[in-house]
Design a protein. Structure first.
Length: 321
């Protein structure tokens, strides 16, 4: 559903925030207030806090907040060279942010957020800079309702991956990344595997002979929510119920550990996975869209980012104190 804030309200003032700690001090309560809608921001900021500011690239992350009457009502962040990430915005807020960021003269490779927000920002970015955006991927965020494990379950059992599984799950992660169009890890996925094995974040389904046949990952709980990801079965083993079984096992474990919400994203172009998760008891929350921007296009400067523009509210390009 669209933002509950009225689109014709004064959109407030966008501000840059100086670093992760300051961003979390200002926006942490806001992000935790809706852990499902803000799951990406919560997870990325936790990874930055845990592993360092440069884990996603050679440049420092950029953070910003929208404030109205001293209260944070929206936020954005970017981990260069990756795309801009937005919390839900009204159309006016998205336009004000486009003006604000255009004034910084920093090219953006794309934007991601709930569908209405991403579309509104892509339109505003083209209007303000002349750079066009193209929808690249549609995703759906699901939340677990009542878990309905597959019946009958396939032969075998679930178990948490250990150090001896490192090469196997790293190889599967590489295959999964290739299938979804993600860039390959420079170390072949071994760092990804080590990190998740260390906190028990990978669950395997193994056949009766002990051979792993599928995997599902879960991030540590944040703000009462756990998000599943990287659910993968090798192509030769699909169609046997392994993905459903391992997803159900991880979902059950997350709920048993006290998670108030168990979440996962799907690619809307994959009807098989969407149908599977709904059979398991997952229910849609919101659709998200990823836009790619044509960064080679020459900006046309259709408007200037000044505080005197009648339709830009107070989006001045100043850092927060």
């Amino acid at each position: 559903m669209p933002s509950t804030r009225c689109d014709d309200e004064n959109p407030g003032q966008w501000r840059l925030v100086g670093g992760l700690d300051e961003f979390l001090r200002r926006a942490g309560d806001f992000l935790r207030s809706q852990p499902a809608l803000h799951t990406v921001a919560l997870r990325v900021t936790e990874e930055l806090r845990r592993r360092g500011a440069y884990m996603y690239g050679p440049r420092a992350p950029v953070f910003g907040v929208l404030e109205r009457a001293g209260e944070v009502t929206a936020a954005f962040f970017r981990t260069p060279p990756h795309r801009l990430q937005l919390t839900p915005l009204t159309g006016a807020e998205a336009d004000a942010l486009a003006v604000f960021l255009a004034a910084l003269d920093e090219p953006l490779p794309g934007v991601s957020g709930v569908h209405e927000t991403a579309a509104a920002f892509a339109e505003a970015w083209q209007r303000r800079t002349g750079v066009t955006g193209t929808p690249y991927q549609r995703q759906r965020l699901y939340r677990l309702g009542v878990l309905a494990p597959p019946e009958p379950a396939p032969p075998g059992r679930a178990r948490v991956a250990v150090a001896a599984d490192r090469k196997q799950v790293a190889r599967w992660y590489g295959e999964f990344s290739e299938e979804v169009g993600a860039p390959p890890a420079s170390d072949g996925g071994l760092g990804w595997a080590d990190d998740r094995i260390a906190y028990g974040g990978i669950t395997l389904w193994e056949g009766p002979d002990g051979t792993p046949v599928s995997m599902a990952c879960a991030a540590p709980q944040l703000a009462g929510a756990v998000r599943l990801a990287d659910i993968y079965t090798p192509a030769r083993l699909r169609g046997r119920g392994y993905a459903g079984a391992v997803t159900a096992a991880v979902s059950r474990a997350a709920s048993a550990a006290g998670a108030a919400e168990v979440l996962l994203f799907t690619d809307l172009s994959n009807p098989t996975s969407n149908a599977l998760y709904q059979r398991l008891g997952y229910r849609p929350v919101r659709d998200f869209t990823v836009y790619r921007f044509d960064v080679t296009a020459t900006a046309t400067a259709t408007a200037t980012a000044t505080a005197t523009d009648t339709d830009t509210a107070t989006a001045t390009a100043t850092a927060a104190p």
